[in-house]
Design a protein around this ligand. Structure first.
Ligand code: HAM
Length: 425
């Protein structure tokens, strides 16, 4: 009996995995330039962590977590996102004591959400994210957005829309919350059961409801931007002025609310506007979470960050038909004919690899023609042929597949010859 892959997960096979490595290497290099360092946290955490940070009333916590009890009867959860664990680690490792704040971190790894699988939505997906914790300077909000836009730009994506909003501070949010309740309450029975409980638990989330999106009260709902107090307004203006200063284009959308509870002030998402991109167009989400460090037992340390999934990044690259700058080819394929040549090719391929080049040979005892075909299929830059004559004369025939030239090279000089030829053009 064969066993299939679980729903909502995927195998990343050779041919695809190069694309993942490519995106991850761009993202890591941009992080290096912006001075963000890598953090690695566990894939599972205490369930309590997500309840207290992402929020008890969110879809993620209520419906989507992979929660299990371990043999010690502790409730653990496969992480649905990365921010909670990074903040936990920030507190646990007393990173608030580091003299240079904010602490600027990036991470990448699998996340797990029990969602209904569809294009761009998986149950296991890989996020790349950053968190800058320990500063309330609006310049860091702008920096984080500039960083993610730089990653997309570097990869060659163009059809993007950066959407931003301010959710304000606690005072502004309370005022807005009251206005939302007053707006929806008289007609809440026209809304879905989720929205009915959201009205008392978290009325902001009504604005994000997929089912009631078309209800007339949605369009006329009070806008958070009208409830920002002076401080929150000034903060948001600073953020947008810094984006302007860096010529980063954005759209302000007062209906942008995020699906996690820890946000305040700046919230943002990046959408793909490429034709043919699936129904789910959000590539990246992020925002500010002042208060989260305290909520998880640390001192007041304001933070901001974002995360995107590699899955949606790749989908956007494909939708925009961006050319992948990935090198799948092989530097040298060694074709050996006859038993003695085959034996000799073992150390020969080893020498080429030791010199830093990629090399391979036949392991199926194939005839010369089949080996040459294999070299072609594997897009080898050089095909090196070792037959009985060559072996007797201690040389090898090297074909440069890009130019079609052919040379005889002493056996012990093969690696050096390949290197010099490659460096020359
Ligand atoms: P989020 O909006 O829940 O935020 O997820 C961020 C990104 O993860 C999404 O924009 C999307 O690219 C990707 N994503 C989410 N769910 C799925 C899925 N089921 N399949 C594929 N991709 C998915 C967060 O997770 C926050 N922790 C972001 C953040 C970091 N905020 C501050 N710092």
């Amino acid at each position: 009996m064969s066993v299939n892959i679980p729903r909502g997960t995927q195998d990343i096979l050779p041919g695809q995995s190069e694309k993942w490595q490519y995106i991850e290497s761009i993202a890591k290099d941009v992080c290096r330039r912006y001075h963000y360092k890598e953090i690695r946290t566990p894939i599972f955490e205490h369930t309590e962590l997500f309840k207290r940070s992402v929020g008890d009333t969110t879809d993620i916590v209520q419906k989507e977590m992979y929660t299990f009890e371990d043999r010690g009867e502790r409730s653990l959860t496969l992480r649905p996102e990365g921010t909670a664990a990074v903040v936990r680690s920030f507190v646990e490792n007393k990173m608030f004591g580091i003299p240079d704040q904010p602490v600027k971190l990036f991470y990448t790894g699998p996340m797990f959400r029990y969602e209904r699988p569809q294009a761009g939505r998986y149950r296991q997906f890989v996020q790349f994210g950053v968190e800058a914790i320990g500063s309330e300077d609006p310049a860091i909000d702008a920096e984080v957005m500039a960083l993610v836009m730089a990653i997309y730009k570097e990869a060659g994506l163009k059809k993007l829309k950066l959407v931003i909003n301010s959710l304000g501070d606690a005072e502004s949010r309370t005022a807005h919350r009251e206005a939302l309740v007053a707006h929806f309450k008289p007609r809440i029975d026209e809304f879905c059961s989720d929205c009915q409980s959201r009205l008392t638990q978290n009325p902001l989330r009504i604005l994000d409801c997929k089912k009631d999106r078309g209800h007339e009260l949605m369009a006329t709902a009070p806008s958070i931007l009208d409830y920002l107090n002076e401080e929150s307004k000034a903060y948001f203006e600073k953020v947008t002025s810094y984006l302007d200063a860096m010529s980063i284009e954005y759209v302000i959308d007062p209906t942008l609310v995020r699906g996690l509870d820890y946000y305040n002030h700046t919230a943002f998402e990046i959408m793909s506007e490429a034709e043919g991109f699936g129904a789910i167009t959000t590539l990246c989400g992020g925002g500010r979470y002042n208060g989260l460090v305290q909520q998880l037992g640390g001192p007041e340390s304001p933070g901001i960050g974002f995360a995107f999934s590699i899955e949606r990044f790749i989908a956007a690259m494909e939708a925009e038909q961006v050319e992948w700058q990935v090198d799948e080819g092989l530097d040298c394929f060694i074709v050996a004919i006859g038993d003695a040549a085959k034996d000799r090719s073992v150390s020969l391929v080893h020498d080429v690899r030791a010199a830093g080049l990629s090399a391979d040979r036949d392991y199926q005892d194939r005839k010369m023609k089949a080996q040459l075909k294999a070299s072609d299929r594997q897009k080898a830059r050089f095909t090196a042929i070792l037959g009985e004559d060559e072996l007797a004369e201690n040389r090898i025939t090297v074909k440069d597949m890009s130019g079609g030239t052919q040379e005889q090279v002493p056996l012990n000089e093969l690696a050096a010859y390949l290197k010099t030829t490659m460096e020359a053009n």
